[in-house]
Write a protein that binds this ligand. Structure first.
Ligand code: SF4
Length: 388
């Protein structure tokens, strides 16, 4: 099975923490769809396995509006065999479902005749249910928009809704975080993703923190917030199937899981990454103007055995099911890289020490993070990676 990712880079404005590739250019729908048509025609043979999932990410795909989203689905249908496609997700921001730009059509999400394969999952950037926190992030929505958007999506028969939250925000407290979780749970989403705010260089947030105008939460508070989230979501029946992802039974994101399982995917659009399922990763230049002119300026990276090992450790240990112990064996015949005896003994020592400290566990010949390891995931994963 394989996946398709389409990067739709348009945003109405920039949030202060964001370092994704996006642009505030407007009214580029027709040229963007044309450029996608060209890219699909060029690359339709990239995937050799049936398409199982499609993900429209961004940016803010909902900014493009329902007619262009429908046009993109029609072009996908023409270029790929979607007969095995189970999940089509679109990322969205709540305000687009409230301000009239997404009119909704009598119980249907898109205009026109029903499509054979259409959006059946929405992933919406909520971030917080506290209006003052949303303002600081320069989000365009407030908590009322979120509640209305979820209600409208359900009326349009979207019954698989994922909502994103962020913790560690400036001014956020453990109590306000608990309020956000409780209010979000009242909306009964099938899936919840929660991320610790990260302060990336080059973002307005980075400058404001640097100048002392904003103060994010300290590490101890962030750990307490993550623990509170795990406790409340578990009590509400959600399974944590990856460090940042929780789902009601049967609602794991198939598309995201395929990234962790090394499934091939084709990335279309400016800045989109592709993976051939073996050793090749490639990506389009993240520049919408270049893309609209029909140029992708693709870059390609060929992964070594060591790169593959490190990726498997990094991605696999983020999941609840972890990695097979046999991954470590692949290092014995890694080409073109072979571990020297120091590296081999460091790796063995690190693994033993993590097991002794109960930060990782081995069950059914698979290695995974323990409950205490989850709280220190980045450090644990780093100890099992090998620097070449
Ligand atoms: S809406 Fe999303 S992609 Fe756009 S600027 Fe905000 S965080 Fe970034």
């Amino acid at each position: 099975m394989s996946g398709i990712y389409i990067h739709i880079p348009f945003c109405a404005s920039r949030c202060i923490y964001c370092d994704f590739y996006s642009t505030t250019l407007r009214n580029k729908g027709p040229q963007f769809v044309e450029a996608l048509v060209r890219e699909m025609a060029e690359r339709k043979d990239f995937l050799h396995e049936p398409v199982r999932t499609i993900y429209l990410g961004g940016g803010t795909p909902s900014q493009l509006g329902p007619s262009y989203i429908r046009a993109i689905l029609e072009v996908l249908e023409k270029n790929f065999d979607l007969s095995n496609c189970e999940e089509i997700t679109m990322e969205a921001n709540p305000e687009d479902f409230v301000d009239g730009s997404w009119p909704f059509f009598e119980g249907r999400f898109l205009p026109g005749n029903p499509l054979p394969h259409t959006i059946n999952r929405i992933s919406m950037g909520v971030q917080s249910m506290v209006d003052s926190e949303l303002k600081i992030l320069r989000r365009r929505h407030d908590s009322t928009h979120i509640r209305i958007a979820v209600k409208r999506l359900r009326e349009a028969n979207i019954n698989n809704i994922s909502l994103d939250l962020m913790y560690g925000l400036p001014t956020q407290t453990l109590a306000s975080w608990e309020y956000s979780i409780d209010e979000l749970l009242k909306l009964q989403p099938q899936h919840i993703s929660a991320y610790n705010l990260s302060i990336e260089e080059g973002t307005p947030l980075h400058d404001l923190v640097h100048k002392g105008e904003l103060t994010p939460c300290d590490d101890e508070t962030c750990l307490a917030m993550a623990a509170l989230l795990r406790k409340k979501l578990k009590a509400a029946g959600y399974e944590q199937y990856e460090i940042s992802n929780y789902a009601l039974p049967g609602y794991h994101s198939h598309h995201n899981s395929s990234y962790w399982n090394h499934t091939p995917y084709l990335g279309l659009g400016p800045g989109a990454h592709s993976y051939d399922g073996h050793r090749q990763r490639s990506w389009n230049t993240p520049d919408v103007q270049t893309y609209l002119r029909g140029q992708r300026n693709e870059e390609v990276e060929i992964l070594s055995d060591l790169d593959l090992y490190n990726e498997r450790i990094m991605l696999g240990l983020r999941t609840a099911s972890g990695i097979p112990m046999s991954y470590f064996d692949t290092l014995n015949d890694a080409e073109p890289y072979t571990l020297n005896s120091n590296q081999e003994s460091d790796l063995n020592n690190n693994l033993s020490s993590l097991l002794d400290r109960h930060l990782v566990q081995i069950q059914n010949n698979r290695l995974s993070l323990s409950a205490s390891g989850l709280a220190l995931a980045d450090e644990v994963i780093r100890e099992l990676m090998i620097v070449g």
